[in-house]
Design a binder for this molecule. Structure first.
Ligand SMILES: Cc1cc2nc3c(=O)[nH]c(=O)nc-3n(C[C@H](O)[C@H](O)[C@H](O)COP(=O)(O)OP(=O)(O)OC[C@H]3O[C@@H](n4cnc5c(N)ncnc54)[C@H](O)[C@@H]3O)c2cc1C
Length: 540
């Protein structure tokens, strides 16, 4: 194994896989990916419903536990993240959302400052979204059929999902055939990052085509501990292999940190780059005082409405006994049936408080009684429908801090979900809106009872209490090493994703974003990887 590369990418996740594959394919440079997790080649990861098993506990996930959240009555909750090549794109629910143009136009404004060439407006990022995804239905100014990541309509649509979409239309919302189209608003069926029921992760779409490229080496179960610096420049990386041995590898050009929004700040802080006062608390020598590292943690808060069904509708039991055999056979023989669905097919983007304004709430329709593992104990598995509501532009911000100087320890994560009253207000309105949808035909006729919230008391106080009890992550941590304009004290990166103050380091993952996009984040992370590769190769 060589110990000298041009570029070292820390973390082969959604963004890291793309930047590494593009550099390997197009730059002629030698690239090393150091990925802490496992190989992405496993049937459970390939099949969309595998996510339900992984959420319940799997080596392919890294489970962060938040610090006690005072505003939630001291509750702490889990934030699972991918622990596998492809990162989140290898374990996620595959819902394909880009956000809306104003998300990026806002970034552009934040980043522009005195630097007129920030280059993050919608017109700048759209070409990347467009060229990365091959869409199986749409071919227009926003989509095309031939990108490496395969995007498809759901392979299977459960009847519950159809009833949900009809009920939301009965509330006056338009049917939207493309949530990544000219308007986000309305209800409809998501598109997914898969084809014929097979996941199209960043690992499959970008790394697999490079598997015979001698310029790309991937080391798995290689946990990076810190970046090595000398005279204000990064020169390499220290990592620990699966047998516990320590290695140093050298980077002649750049170190690209892509370990995700919760671990990237930890690695930088362990390297002496971060808020000086915090580093000194843990005895880490500070070589660059970057106060923004670990600040500005943004995540999408999610709260469920859980109902049981009065008949055998939905996905309950489809993974057990003879049904599992039948569904498995259907998938194997015809590539169709429930196994092609990640368990969520339909959704909506609405603004309950101002129907003409931008959507404030995204909903996911999950045709089963569904909760993450820590909350699942509080409800019984059965036939039912869970509608989760998500605040798409939260204003609450959290933090990631070092727990200690020991690289083996997880960071202290405090996301502060729903802490800001504006987020709570949006969430309560969203809950009220979708509870109303359950009163509309054809959903109304299928619901047996509400498990939560309690329909006998839907006052704001009761809904706030429900939100505090159930709020959890939508799995989208972001913003902890954000880009910002020159002169912005909290900016960690410049608009080319370069770390401020130390040469030869870039951050290329969801940490880099100044604000979160409205909706799911995977395609955004992959777009960051594609842009970062262009920045490095001077193609932007
Ligand atoms: C359960 C779940 C469901 C989701 N559902 C959706 C969805 O349906 N649609 C959607 O668009 N988005 C979804 N997301 C979010 C999306 O997948 C993430 O936003 C995206 O993957 C983030 O990409 P990233 O590159 O920032 O980080 P990641 O993809 O998390 O990549 C970070 C990588 O770094 C590795 N790593 C961590 N620490 C180290 C270390 N010390 N050394 C080396 N490597 C390290 C990790 O193992 C990982 O591979 C979901 C995420 C999860 C977890």
């Amino acid at each position: 194994m060589s110990d000298r590369f041009d570029y070292i990418v820390i973390g082969g996740g959604s963004a890291g896989s793309v930047v590494a594959a593009r550099l390997a394919a197009d730059s002629g440079a030698r690239i090393l990916i150091l990925e802490a997790g496992y190989s992405h080649r496993h049937p459970l990861l390939d099949m969309p419903p595998g996510i339900f098993k992984m959420i319940k506990g799997s080596k392919y996930m890294r489970y962060h536990k938040t610090s006690a959240q005072e505003h939630l009555g001291g509750r702490s909750h889990e934030i699972p993240q991918g622990n596998v090549l492809g990162g989140g794109s290898s374990v996620n629910a595959q819902v394909y959302i880009r956000g809306r143009p104003s998300d990026y136009d806002e970034w552009h404004k934040i980043l522009r400052g005195n630097n007129q060439s920030a280059g993050w407006a919608w017109k700048d990022v759209l070409p990347h979204f467009k060229r990365m995804a091959g869409n199986n239905r749409l071919n227009n100014e926003l989509h095309q059929p031939d990108g490496p990541m395969m995007v498809s309509d759901p392979g299977h649509i459960n009847e519950m999902s159809r009833w949900f979409v009809q009920a939301v239309q009965a509330l006056g919302e338009p049917y939207n055939h493309d949530f990544n189209g000219s308007s986000q608003r309305g209800c409809g069926f998501y598109q997914f990052m898969n084809r014929n029921g097979r996941r199209s992760s960043a690992a499959y779409a970008y790394l697999e085509p490079q598997k015979n490229n001698p310029n790309l080496e991937i080391r798995l179960q290689a946990e990076v501990q810190r970046i090595v610096t000398k005279n204000g420049r990064a020169t390499g990386v220290m990592y620990r292999d699966k047998s516990g041995r320590h290695h140093e590898v050298q980077a002649t050009q750049e170190v690209i940190v892509a370990a995700g929004a919760l671990i990237t700040p930890k690695i930088l802080m362990l390297s002496g780059i971060g808020p000086a006062d915090q580093l000194s608390q843990h005895g880490v020598e500070c070589i660059e005082n970057l106060t923004g590292i670990g600040e500005n943690l943004i995540d999408h808060p999610e709260v469920p409405i859980i109902t049981t069904a009065n008949g055998p509708y939905g996905y309950f039991g489809q993974g057990d006994g003879w049904r599992m055999l039948r569904n498995g056979l259907q998938f194997k023989l015809f590539g169709s049936g429930p196994v092609t669905s990640a368990g969520v097919e339909a959704g909506a983007f609405v603004n309950p408080l101002d129907p003409d304004g931008d959507p404030t709430i995204q909903a996911f329709c999950v045709p089963i009684v569904y909760l993450d593992r820590e909350l699942a104990k509080s409800v019984k598995d059965t036939h039912g429908l869970t509608v989760t509501t998500v605040v798409v532009k939260p204003v609450s911000r959290g933090t990631v801090r070092l727990r200690s100087a020991d690289p083996g320890e997880m960071p202290v994560v405090s996301p502060n979900l729903l802490k800001d009253p504006r987020d709570m207000q949006a969430m309560v309105a969203g809950q009220g809106f979708f509870i109303e949808a359950f009163q509309k035909s054809p959903l109304r006729e299928k619901v047996e009872r509400f498990v939560a919230p309690d329909p006998k008391d839907l006052s704001d106080e009761a809904l706030i209490a429900h939100c505090k009890r159930f709020v959890k992550t939508n799995y989208h941590p972001a913003g902890t090493c954000r880009m910002g304009a020159d002169g912005d004290d909290m900016a960690v990166l410049d608009s080319r994703m370069r770390l401020r103050g130390i040469e030869n380091i870039r951050v290329c993952d969801m940490s880099a974003v100044p604000d979160i996009n409205a909706g799911n984040t995977n395609s955004v992370a992959m777009m960051l990887g594609d842009r970062c590769a262009d920045f490095i190769m001077g193609k932007a």
